[in-house]
Design a protein around this ligand. Structure first.
Ligand SMILES: [Zn+2]
Length: 512
C-alpha cells in the first residue's frame, strides 16, 4: 500500500475510484415514501422516486402508491432500483466555508493564541511549513469527517488548492476549491500568482468538474490582499465566471489596518474597489465587524452572501449578530469554518446556535445586570420581557410556526448555499442538481420518533442516524453500516497513518 517515502509525494497509492465508494451504477432509481422536496419557498415530505445518472438528478417523479409498483417504474426508467421504504431522504448538507486541512490543528495549543489574533500568531506559522502532500493528507481526513457528518459538498479555502482538490478526488467529496491568495502578509505571499494560475486551471479542469470539484477565487481577507491583487481576483472571477470566496471583517486587526490605510471599513473599501458588484457571486465569511451601513452595501451591490460559522466565531472572535443580516436582507448561509477553531466538521451542530441566537443575548442586557444586583421579582419579569423581544426578532426569522423556522434554518445548509455557484445546483432534490443525498433512519434513538423531521434535523444531533449517503449518485460506504464502513475503508486507515506522521514532523519543525 505504501509508496515511496518522499516528502512531497502522497504515500497512499490513490486509486482512480475513491475507496469509500461502492462500484458505480450508472442509472439508479431511488424510491422513498418520505422524500424532502421543494414546495414554493419551503419544503414538503412526500413519496417520490429520484432518477440519478451521471452524477446528477435527472428526474423526480411523485410516487403513485396505487399504481403498478416501483419495480415496473424502474423497468420503465431502465434503472437499477433502490427501494428505501419509508426511510427519510433529504439533500446532503452543503458546508459553505471550510479549511479541511486545518483538521490537523484540532485541539492544538490555542490558549495563548486565542489571547490575540489566532490566525496570525498561530496558523500562519504552521501553515507556512506545510507542503502540498501534507495539505493533501490532512484535507483527506477533513473530507472523511465531513462525509461522516452528512456533508456532500464543501466550499474550501486553502493554500495548495490543487492538493485540496486531489484530496477531494481521493475521498469522493464534492467541493468548490479556492486556492488562498494573499500578497501583503501571511504564508505564501510570494506565490499569489501561482495560486491565481492554479485557480484558473481548477476552474477549467473538466476531469475534476465531472467529479463535482469546482473552483472559486479565494482572496484571504482585506488586510492581507492589496488593491491590485483584489482587482486581479475580480478579473479572473469575471472572465472564468466563478464566485469570489473570502473572509471579510473577521478580526479587529483587519478593521484597524483598513481604517489606518484607507480610512474606511473593510466592506466600504471593497465597495470602492468595485469588488462587491463585480464577480458573479461573492461569498464572505464572518463579517463580525459589518455595520448596518456595510450590510446595506453588501445588499445593494450585486450578488453577495455572508457566511455564519457560529462555533468557530465563538472561539476566534464572537458570534455575528445574524438577525441584523436578516433585517438588512443580505442572503446568508451557515458553515463550520475549520476544526482548528471549533474542533468539529459537524455542520448540523451549528444549526442549534442559529436558533439559540433568539435567546442568548438576554443574559448580557442591562435588565439582566440589574436582576443580578437586586434579585427582585420585578427585575426577573423585565429579564423575561427582554428575552421575549429577542425571541421575536431571532435569527431564524419571524415565522409563526416552529416548523417554518426549522425549514428556514435548514435552508442555510441546503438550498441557499446550493445555488451560489453558476456551474451547478445542489442542496435540493430537483432535476439538474448534483445527486448528493442522505437517507436517514428515523427509528435511530437520536431521531426517534421522527414525527417532525425538520425540527429534529435542525435542533437535534442526528448524524449517527445516517443510513446511507449518495454523492454524485454513488453510494458512499455500505447502506445500513454507513459510519463503520467509512471508518474501516482503506483510504481512512492509510490516511490516518500518513497524516499522523506528517503532522508529527510538522509540529516538530514548528516548535524548533
Ligand atoms: Zn475561514
Amino acid at each position: 500500500m505504501w509508496g515511496r517515502a518522499i516528502n512531497n509525494e502522497p504515500r497512499i497509492a490513490v486509486k482512480s475510484d475513491p475507496m469509500v465508494f461502492s462500484a458505480p451504477h450508472d442509472r439508479t432509481l431511488l424510491v422513498s415514501r418520505r422524500t424532502v422536496l421543494p414546495d414554493g419557498d419551503g419544503l414538503v415530505i412526500e413519496p417520490a422516486s429520484i432518477l440519478m445518472e451521471g452524477g446528477y438528478i435527472q428526474a423526480v417523479w411523485p410516487l403513485d402508491l396505487e399504481g403498478s409498483g416501483v419495480d415496473a417504474l424502474a423497468v420503465r426508467a431502465g434503472a437499477r432500483l433502490i427501494d428505501l421504504g419509508d426511510r427519510l431522504v433529504t439533500p446532503a448538507f452543503v458546508n459553505a466555508h471550510t479549511h479541511l486541512a486545518l483538521s490537523a490543528l484540532r485541539a492544538a495549543e490555542l490558549e495563548s493564541a486565542t489571547a490575540g489574533n489566532m490566525v496570525e500568531r498561530f496558523f500562519f506559522l504552521v501553515e507556512a511549513a506545510m507542503e502540498p502532500a501534507d495539505v493533501r493528507a490532512f484535507a483527506r481526513l477533513g473530507a472523511l469527517e465531513s462525509m461522516l457528518h452528512g456533508v456532500g459538498l464543501v466550499w474550501d479555502h486553502y493554500y495548495e488548492g490543487t492538493a485540496v482538490a486531489d484530496a477531494l478526488m481521493d475521498t469522493g467529496l464534492c467541493g468548490v476549491v479556492a486556492p488562498t491568495l494573499q500578497d501583503e502578509r501571511g504564508p505564501r505571499c510570494e506565490g499569489w500568482d501561482v495560486a491565481l494560475a492554479e485557480t484558473e486551471a481548477l476552474a477549467t479542469d473538466s476531469r475534476r468538474i465531472a467529479r463535482g470539484i469546482f473552483a472559486s477565487v479565494g482572496p484571504h481577507a482585506t488586510d492581507t490582499v492589496s488593491a491590485s491583487l483584489w482587482q486581479r481576483a475580480v478579473e479572473v472571477a469575471n472572465r472564468v465566471q466563478i464566485p469570489i470566496h473570502s473572509h471579510l471583517a473577521q478580526s479587529i486587526e483587519e478593521v484597524r489596518r483598513v481604517y489606518e490605510r484607507y480610512h474606511c471599513s473593510p466592506t466600504e473599501w471593497l465597495a470602492r474597489l468595485g469588488v462587491l458588484e463585480a464577480a458573479p457571486q461573492g461569498l464572505w465569511a464572518h463579517a463580525l465587524y459589518a455595520s448596518r451601513s456595510d450590510l446595506s452595501l453588501l445588499r445593494q451591490n450585486g450578488h453577495n452572501a455572508l457566511v455564519y460559522c457560529p462555533y468557530s466565531q465563538l472561539v476566534f472572535g464572537f458570534p455575528a449578530r445574524v438577525s441584523e443580516w436578516r433585517s438588512a436582507r443580505v442572503p446568508w448561509v451557515v458553515a463550520t469554518d475549520c476544526a482548528a477553531s471549533n474542533d468539529s466538521m459537524n455542520l448540523q451542530k451549528e444549526l442549534r446556535f442559529v436558533e439559540g441566537q433568539r435567546t442568548v443575548g438576554t443574559v448580557f442586557t442591562p435588565a439582566y445586570e440589574r436582576f443580578l444586583e437586586t434579585g427582585r421579582l420585578e427585575d426577573a419579569e423585565l429579564v423575561w420581557q427582554r428575552r421575549e423581544a429577542f425571541h421575536r426578532t431571532g435569527a431564524g426569522g419571524n415565522h409563526d410556526k416552529v416548523g417554518d423556522r426549522c425549514q428556514d434554518v435548514l435552508s442555510r445548509v441546503w438550498q441557499r448555499p446550493g445555488v451560489l455557484h453558476p456551474q451547478f445546483t445542489v442542496g435540493a432534490i430537483v432535476p439538474g442538481a448534483l445527486a448528493n443525498l442522505l437517507v436517514w433512519d428515523t427509528d435511530h434513538p437520536s431521531f426517534w420518533p421522527g414525527h417532525a423531521p425538520f425540527r429534529t434535523l435542525s435542533m437535534g444531533d442526528t448524524t449517527l442516524a445516517i443510513y446511507a449517503m449518495y454523492i454524485m449518485g454513488r453510494e458512499i460506504g455500505v447502506p445500513g453500516d454507513f459510519h463503520r464502513s467509512l471508518i474501516r475503508s482503506e483510504i481512512y486507515r492509510d490516511t490516518v497513518g500518513e497524516a499522523s506522521e506528517r503532522l508529527g514532523r510538522l509540529l516538530e519543525k514548528y516548535s524548533m
